[in-house]
Design a protein around this ligand. Structure first.
Ligand SMILES: Nc1ncnc2c1ncn2[C@@H]1O[C@H](COP(=O)(O)OP(=O)(O)OP(=O)(O)O)[C@@H](O)[C@H]1O
Length: 331
């Protein structure tokens, strides 16, 4: 971990990150355009970074990479000076925690994997986590206003979510990755959780990266903001250095960036259509299954689901059935 005397230690360091999802054969397709590239970001103990961007921009992917769920070269992502993917001790110790993902079905973080739908009391779930500071547990139960008699199979989504968040935060962490975890919380629970998390950073030097589309009540929460578009970091700065935030609210500033991004995408698509090119620049993911046929590969790249291809090839909407075994477009 890089640290200069007098400076807060670096906790998260992303350097020239490049990432491509594996294709159907488990390997990044040759020549595929990376989903994330040229991405660098450094955060220090105490920093709270809001990760924003349009749907599909790559926020979850980035958090999963940071959480050690996707493999990248060890030098590209360092958390507490260690490789998140290769050093499993980071997550098992609780120093690195990730909250998000398939919360409706499981508590799949902090080393647990517990179904949330069975008839079990919230107390049993929360007190079942071993090695927890009782004071911290009591505080979390209070902050999230959890009734220890809640039966997990009949509670509301928001109540279930509170229990999940509580369990995820029971062990103190040094770096916390939050992927849109507050969607179901009511205003009060959300506000209390947000201020609890802020306190954790200020008092314990924790670092939090929080990806969300809900900006209510977050005005004074982040110390940094990272804006991602199409897998690339468009902006990563301390809040005080973002000029739009001097004139606009958090929500308005983000709205302004996303509108600009959408207009630019529309402009590019129009240009491509006019040139007879595919509207979307997708990775050459389908090239292998398409047997090297660029037209078929393009069809695959334009999105196949269960064998049905939806293509916007040359600006024309097409839906075709594709037989993967014979590698043929059927109709
Ligand atoms: N397992 C996967 N394999 C291939 N592509 C994937 C996979 N998971 C996500 N993607 C693609 O990566 C892109 C980024 O997805 P990601 O979930 O990271 O976006 P996001 O910014 O979190 O979006 P949202 O705001 O909608 O949650 C999307 O185009 C998505 O289709």
């Amino acid at each position: 971990m890089t640290s200069v005397p007098g400076e807060r230690p670096v906790t998260v360091e992303i350097r020239d990150l490049k990432f491509t999802y594996p294709g159907i054969d488990g390997h990044p397709p040759p020549g595929a355009k990376p989903l994330i590239e040229d991405f660098s970001l450094t955060l220090r103990a105490g920093d709270r970074c809001l990760l924003v961007g349009a749907n599909g921009a790559g926020k979850t992917t980035l958090l999963k990479i940071l959480g050690g769920k996707h493999m990248v070269e060890p030098d590209m992502v360092r958390v507490l000076g260690r490789s998140a993917f290769h050093d499993t001790g980071l997550t098992t110790s609780g120093d690195l925690a990730y909250l998000g993902g398939e919360w409706r079905r499981d508590v799949a973080f902090a080393g647990f994997d517990v179904p949330l739908q069975m008839d079990i009391a919230s107390e049993k779930m929360i007190f079942g986590v071993q090695g927890v500071d009782p004071e911290r547990r009591a505080k979390l139960i209070k902050v999230l206003d959890i009734d220890l008699n809640w039966r997990m199979h009949i509670v509301s989504d928001g109540q279930r979510r509170r229990v999940q968040i509580c369990m995820g935060l029971l062990r103190p962490y040094k770096v916390l990755l939050l992927d849109e975890i507050t969607v179901d919380l009511d205003v009060l629970a959300r506000a209390d959780l947000i201020s609890f998390l802020k306190e954790e950073c200020e008092q314990n030097g924790a670092t939090i990266i929080y990806a969300t589309h809900i900006f209510d009540g977050l005005e004074s929460w982040p110390t940094h903001m990272a804006y991602v578009a199409d897998g690339k970091l468009q902006l990563a700065k301390p809040i005080g250095e973002i000029s739009d935030l001097k004139e606009l609210s958090l929500m308005r500033a983000i709205e302004k960036w996303l509108r600009k991004e959408l207009e630019e995408q529309r402009r590019i698509r129009k240009l491509r259509r006019a040139q007879g090119l595919p509207e979307y620049d997708r990775p050459v993911e389908g090239s292998r299954v398409a047997g090297g046929d660029p037209a078929k590969a393009q069809l695959l790249n334009n999105g196949w689901a269960g064998g049905r291809l939806h293509s916007t090839l040359a600006g024309e909407d097409k839906a075709q059935l594709y037989d993967l075994s014979s590698n043929r477009v059927l109709r």
